[in-house]
Design a protein. Sequence first.
Length: 52
Amino acid sequence: VVVEGPRVCVTNTNSSSTLVLSEVVSADAGSYSLFVRNRGGTAHWTISLSVI
């Protein structure tokens, strides 16, 4: 679950959602998963964020 705060912003429209992480730090590194569902079915994606 993403909790919005000073560095985390989630924007939703009818056709898309955007997650913005500002001033990324090493603690933000890791896996982020997205689960979506609608009448057409479900989908799942996982991305890995590396902070260097």
